[in-house]
Design a protein around this ligand. Structure first.
Ligand code: PMV
Length: 359
């Protein structure tokens, strides 16, 4: 696969005015991406569960540009959101070579998240994948010969990646790999691809309850964090560790060996945060309540034999992962013992899902 294959196949045959709406979910990585190079290319392969309830809905209103330079406005929850513009401008600049319509149309981008505003849930994966899907849908309308659905999904993931790396993994589901890996056929640095091998029924409909330990803006953006991996003393070992963990996951996912799964997933979460704590400048995104929750999950698992485990994103919130058959008991445990460590006792119940959809 090369970048050139995502260049436009023809010049647009028509000029249209209208709108397109897409909803796209967030995802939670089991093997983490942390460190990039070039044009948003990952230093190691990663794999994630696509989520279902944590999603962004975006409507893209388009019309042929009315002045020399195309313009756009962004609305979040019906309110003008100029803060979002720089990130989207950067996204448009990165994708225009592949989808020149961004220079030819004026846009109004209306976006809402299903999860509470400023909940500390990363909205970049769901937001950028939703916008990339809208752009792709519009391009398909403008072509006299639209590309196949499969190719369009691949190009949407390619575009989403240029907005936010992890967004490449939100277009499809329920398990998506991003980053070239010698043992995973079809894996690529350019796009997210559906995990191609057998998955034990145990990992189907996996549950993710997101405990909101801290809401609001992150103190250190993931862009800064990724950049700190350039001169990081442990970076090469970390990239190797992630790729090795993904190799191990192949048989674990097939055989349903849950203890080994838990070991890798929790180790990945702590390794990600260890990278933050050992970069220069160093930083800590976990909070005391993050650690309290982790310790209580470990205690609960020891005492009950439950298969519940945790993972973390680049923040203080805890993703509690467990098989569907444990839903009632784990939710009761969360409500009784973990919710007190969350902001206003709040958490979001989610589970694996199938990716972006046109509305
Ligand atoms: O997509 P970005 O650039 O915001 O990076 C996110 C990286 C992590 O969420 C911390 C890990 C991952 O693989 O999703």
């Amino acid at each position: 696969m090369t970048e050139d294959q995502f260049l436009p196949t023809e010049t647009y045959s028509s000029q249209l005015e209208g709108s397109v709406s897409v909803q796209s979910p967030s995802n939670i990585a089991l093997v983490k991406y942390w460190g990039k190079y070039g044009d948003q290319l990952p230093k190691n392969a990663s794999i994630s569960f696509t989520l279902s309830n944590c999603r962004t809905k975006t409507t893209l209103k388009y019309k042929p540009k009315s002045s020399e330079n195309a313009v756009f406005e962004v609305y979040l929850d019906k309110t003008l959101a100029p803060d979002f513009k720089p990130k989207i401008e950067q996204f448009f600049a990165r994708i225009e070579r592949y989808i020149p319509l961004v220079k030819e149309y004026d846009f109004i981008i209306e976006t809402t998240n299903s999860f509470p505003h400023s909940s500390g849930i990363a909205s970049s994966a769901s937001g950028m994948s939703a916008l990339a899907m809208c752009m792709m849908e519009l391009e398909q309308k403008l072509l006299s010969k639209p590309i196949s659905n499969e190719d369009a999904l691949q190009k949407a993931s390619f575009l989403a990646r240029l907005g936010s790396g992890s967004a490449a993994r939100s277009i499809e589901g329920p398990l998506v790999v991003w980053g070239e890996h010698s043992k995973i056929e079809g894996s690529s640095n350019l796009v997210g691809t559906q995990y191609p091998y057998e998955v034990h029924p145990f990992f189907q409909d996996y549950q993710d309850t997101i405990l909101l330990v801290e809401t609001g803006e992150k103190q250190v953006s993931s862009t800064v964090g990724h950049n700190l991996m350039h001169d990081h003393p442990f970076s090469e070992q970390r990239f190797q560790q992630a790729n090795d963990n993904l190799s191990k996951l192949i048989s674990i996912l097939k055989e349903g060996t849950i203890e080994a799964f838990i070991n890798i997933v929790e180790s990945e979460a702590l390794s990600l945060h260890a990278m933050m704590m050992t970069s220069n400048p160093y930083f800590i995104l976990m909070k005391p309540n993050t650690l309290e929750i982790i310790n209580r999950i470990w205690k609960y698992r020891r005492e009950t034999g439950s298969n519940v485990c945790f993972t973390l994103d680049a923040g203080a919130n805890v993703h509690v992962l467990y098989p569907k058959k444990e839903k009632d008991t784990v939710l009761a445990f969360i409500k009784e013992e973990l919710a007190i460590f969350c902001m206003d006792g709040s958490f979001i119940e989610d589970q694996t899902g199938m990716g972006a959809t046109l509305l």
